[in-house]
Design a protein around this ligand. Structure first.
Ligand code: SAH
Ligand code: SF4
Ligand code: F3S
Length: 477
């Protein structure tokens, strides 16, 4: 699965490979044939999937309804990711497919949204003749105007990056949802300058969303029957919002607490945590509230301090280990997951081994693993040579993947015989007779259905057997 440097990235909310590019609809989003139709595909991280719901909301205001049938649409939108080269190649392939469809449907418009739009700007219009609109992540409010212009034959680009835009008051149209779990964007952009990363260039400066609009969104979701929210940001621990009237400052720990208090029935997840910023106050808040999940996605990127310095991660191995120890001390049953990059510029075999060692030391419940993909314009592309041969990168990646699989299996084996509170998300993909849900530690748990129990319910499940990826068990009273 990782052979091909998967394009999944994520802000934890694991958007599995299988979900990339797919279009999801809640059953009640009935297609209204009297409306003009848009079809939207999303790639990349949870942030992009969340943005697509904002885009859907903006479009519904101007009379466009969603469709999951591409051949029925008047407007195709593709929300793109630039994180690795593979992610961009994938979108270009999709554009070839759209090109064929457009030839059969004159008048149909194609818009490119998201990070690739931001990175390539007007170049997109030059390179991809079929594209009518190029719209960056902070310019979605301009979509109605750009669409109106495109309908008149005028191609449009808006890639303006804002210091303020958070789409705070826009109520997302939940496309990508099962009616039980939802994404809430709490901030945008990123002010860290990790040398390998394109995000600061495609998403702009970091800004935090108004606390009250976040609480209102969570409250509304509870009223609609949702049971879990994931608070999203590139670095949630640096969330900071100042009330313009009282001047009171809300930290991430304060925000977590405020969302936890919305309803004890609502589970709270969040992602991504940055090792340099996660505080003990946040850890104590997680420990204090039963409905804040005991799961932290804490990407290390590399286990070696010299490489971390080149990556400009601003922590070293010792700092990271101290944070992990604090997590296990303050929240003993917390699961920790990670992101790792194999074969960053100048990485030696010994340094790579320190990443492998870290998988065992930190006991990650799971990880997203990639090999380094140089991104144009980043600090690393300007300062360092991408000097690790492809086959060496792939071999190192495989070694990390193997270690992680072994550690994940051990992690899960420890759960055999334990009973967990599971939020049921739906029917298992593999068997109609089983439910699928997650425990607080974000582990997928499969168990036989029972009369009177339905998705959205919390149930207690005793674990009987495990694989490296799932727990299997039975409901207990
Ligand atoms: N804000 C998050 C990461 C978002 S990008 C954080 O700081 O942890 C998701 C993941 O993609 C990163 O954690 C990193 O592991 C990976 N990634 C980012 N740029 C990459 C690149 N140029 N090559 C390979 N992997 C990369
Ligand atoms: Fe990229 Fe670093 Fe920001 Fe994460 S924290 S989005 S890796 S620059
Ligand atoms: Fe996300 Fe990809 Fe952009 S990971 S922020 S969609 S570059």
């Amino acid at each position: 699965m990782y052979d091909d440097n998967p394009t999944i990235s994520h802000l934890n909310t694991p958007l599995e490979e299988s979900k990339q590019g797919q279009v999801f609809f809640k059953e009640e989003l009935v297609e209204d044939d009297s409306k003009k139709k848009f079809y939207i595909e999303s790639y990349g991280c949870a942030m992009n999937f969340s943005d697509s719901e904002i885009v859907a909301s903006i479009l519904s205001e101007v009379g466009y309804g969603p469709t999951k049938f591409i051949e029925k649409s008047d407007l195709i939108l593709v929300n793109t990711c630039s994180i690795r080269d593979k992610a961009e190649q994938r979108v270009r392939k999709r554009l070839r497919v759209f090109d064929k469809i457009k030839k059969q449907r004159p008048g149909m418009l194609v818009g490119v949204l998201g990070c690739m739009a931001e990175r390539l700007k007007t170049k997109f219009l030059e390179e991809e003749k079929l594209v009518d609109m190029v719209v960056g992540p902070d310019a979605y409010r301009d979509l109605p105007k750009l669409i109106a212009n495109a309908e008149e034959g005028e191609k449009g680009v808006n890639v303006f990056l804002s210091r303020e835009e958070t789409y705070a008051e826009i109520s997302p149209l939940r496309l990508n949802s099962n009616g039980i779990t939802a994404l809430i964007s709490i901030m945008r952009g990123c002010d860290n300058m990790c040398s390998f990363c394109v995000v600061p260039y495609t998403r702009g400066r970091e800004r935090s969303r108004n606390l009250f609009s976040i609480i209102a969104e969570a409250t509304d979701l509870v009223a609609k029957g949702y049971k879990e929210v994931t608070l999203l940001g590139q670095n949630v621990d640096s969330y900071k919002w100042e009330n313009p009237e009282s001047k009171e400052v809300t930290s991430f720990a304060n925000l977590l607490e405020a969302v936890a208090l919305v309803s004890p029935e609502l589970r709270i997840r969040f992602s991504t945590s940055h090792p340099k910023d996660i505080t003990d106050e946040v850890l104590h808040t997680i420990a204090k509230y039963e409905n804040i999940c005991n799961y932290i996605h804490l990407p290390i990127q590399s286990g070696n301090s010299r490489v971390l310095k080149l990556m400009n991660r601003t922590y070293d191995q010792a700092w990271y280990k101290e944070r992990v120890e604090s997590i296990y001390r303050i929240i003993p049953d917390c699961a920790i997951s990670s992101d790792m990059i194999a074969g960053f510029c100048t990485e030696t075999e010994e340094e790579h081994q320190e990443t492998v060692d870290m998988v065992y030391w930190a006991k990650y419940s799971m990880s997203y693993m990639f090999y380094y993909s140089e991104r144009p314009g980043t600090l690393a592309s300007r300062k360092y040579e991408d000097d690790i041969p492809y086959d060496v990168k792939k071999r190192r990646l495989q070694e990390i993947v193997d270690a992680q699989q072994e550690v994940a299996l051990q992690h899960n084996i420890k759960d055999i015989g334990k009973t967990f509170k599971i939020l049921i998300e739906g029917t298992s993909k593999k068997s109609e007779d089983d439910f699928k849900g997650r425990n607080s530690q974000n582990k997928v748990t499969i168990f036989p259905k029972k009369e009177g129990v339905k998705p959205g319910d919390y149930v207690m499940v005793k674990v009987r057997e495990v694989t490296s990826a799932t727990l299997k068990g039975d409901m207990v009273l």
